[in-house]
Write a protein that binds this ligand. Structure first.
Ligand code: TRP
Length: 452
């Protein structure tokens, strides 16, 4: 232990369940409930789901295990973890990429999360859901293009996020997830049962589970499935390195990774079970895009008995899932700054939180008064940041992490970190990290850069 660590004892998870719930909280987010249904809808449903599960098994779980191993072994934030394992080498780039990308992802993630808070408030006290013929499409586009309202809600969301990071690993993040994750599970299952009782349930199920293999001819479906798997499992940017760094040595990492990845996938599928039956019952195009949960669902809720309560429950679910993910995105930068600048956690959480909020404002405005400003080709500010962070930095980070653990790190140390020394699973894991994952990510990267 060096002297710095003795002075500022690092926080740790209080229990194994606490860690698993926190990592699940990071994974289950807007990616599962907002993005997964519309990405699956736009990419053909069943065949997409098949590819998605394949990527989670072959690539997602191995990379998750790689992240936890780096974190637990080093007990450091993502930048210092690479510096410790491979001093003065370019691998540290993976860490820097992680800090930069999680910072920028949180900047627009909090904008969308803020919308969910607005919907909760409007359904509770405002007019939403009361007039039978509200035009939700119009409501949504007026709201997101308003210069102030979305920024107000984005700020509220960031205040909540900062609060839990401020309180630390055991007393903040772990406590939050211990309450939120079981609540989320109950709510999402309840809403899915409700939805499965609608008339269009069979069509919705067919769409989600009956594969139309012809979509697999299109390379963009592979890109979407792998990108979605990385985003949904919180991989590639060191969020799980950071969470792993608060673990003690006794933890069994392979079984934890399997549990977290499986439950994240189950959450995404249940979100599909909740959304597609409703979509087919009311004859809505399943590939409706990002507006699916903010326009289509409110439309549908409007036709339900007690629709207003169902809507409040749904948006609460969405906000809670977003909060537990946002906390993990913020923690990546906060953990790095605490060690780098030797600041207190409290000061760092507030400082980084304010910065993220400010950087997020242009993203919010880019859906309204700044919509004419284009950064990358035809993309507005928010979509440009999303594109660079999620489609370039994230796969690049995943590539570097898997190559580092596969090739850069001493093989014996790697295998003993996960207790795989005498086990053929260890060989399989290394095959994935050395060959399958890098090749798959490389193809995806070339494709998203427009090279192939
Ligand atoms: N997994 C979260 C979601 O599905 C988003 C997220 C949280 C994330 N932490 C991350 C994505 C780290 C990439 C990297 O909404």
């Amino acid at each position: 232990m060096d002297s710095l660590e003795k002075q500022t004892k690092r926080d740790q998870w209080g229990s194994r369940t606490g860690f698993i719930l926190a990592a699940m909280g990071s994974a289950v987010g807007l990616g599962n409930i907002w993005k997964f249904p519309y990405v699956a809808g736009a990419n053909g449903g069943g065949a997409f789901l098949f590819l998605y599960i394949l990527f989670v098994l072959l690539i997602g779980i191995p990379v998750m295990l790689a992240e936890f191993s780096i974190g637990r072994n080093t007990q450091r934030d993502v930048v210092h973890a690479f510096q410790k394992l491979a001093p003065k080498s370019p691998w540290v780039l993976a860490g820097i990429l992680g800090v930069v990308a999680t910072f920028f992802i949180l900047s627009f993630y909090s904008v969308v999360a803020g919308w969910t808070l607005n919907y909760i408030a409007q359904y509770t006290v405002g007019g939403l859901g009361q007039a039978a013929n509200t035009n939700y499409g119009e409501y949504f586009s007026q709201f997101i293009s308003h210069p102030l309202m979305p920024i107000f809600w984005q700020t509220m969301f960031m205040i909540l996020t900062v609060l839990f990071v401020y309180k630390g690993i055991k007393n903040g993040i772990e406590k939050l997830n211990k309450v939120l994750m079981p609540t989320l599970a109950v709510l999402i299952v309840g809403l899915a049962i409700y939805s499965l009782n609608l008339d269009g349930a069979m069509d919705g199920l067919k769409f989600l589970f009956q594969p139309d293999w012809s979509v697999l001819k299109d390379p963009s479906v592979y890109l979407a499935a792998l990108g979605q798997a990385f985003f949904s499992l919180s991989l590639g940017l060191g969020a799980l390195i950071t969470y792993g760094s608060y673990l003690s040595k006794e933890e069994k990492l392979p079984s934890a990774s399997l549990t977290i990845a499986s439950l994240d996938t189950v959450f995404a599928i249940i979100a599909g079970l909740l959304i597609f039956p409703a979509v087919f019952t009311f004859n809505i195009e399943p590939g409706a895009g990002p507006g699916l949960v903010f326009i289509t669902l409110p439309d549908i809720f409007g036709n339900f008995a007690y629709g207003q309560f169902v809507a409040i429950t749904f948006f609460f679910l969405l906000a809670a899932a977003a909060l537990s993910s946002a906390v993990s995105l913020l923690e990546v930068t906060v953990a790095f700054v605490i060690r780098q600048l030797k600041w207190t956690r409290e000061k760092t959480a507030i400082f980084v939180g304010v910065l993220v909020t400010l950087v997020g404002i242009p993203s919010s405005l880019s859906l309204g008064i700044w919509s004419e400003i284009k950064l990358l080709g035809n993309l507005n500010i928010m979509d440009s940041i999303d594109y660079v962070a999620s489609n370039i930095f994230l796969p690049l980070g995943g590539l570097l992490i898997s190559m580092f653990v596969g090739w850069g790190w001493n093989k014996r140390d790697v295998l003993s970190e996960v207790n795989f020394q005498t086990n053929s699973l260890g060989t399989l894991w290394l095959i994935s990290l050395r060959y399958i994952t890098p090749i798959a990510i490389f193809c995806v990267l070339l494709y998203s850069l427009g090279i192939i």
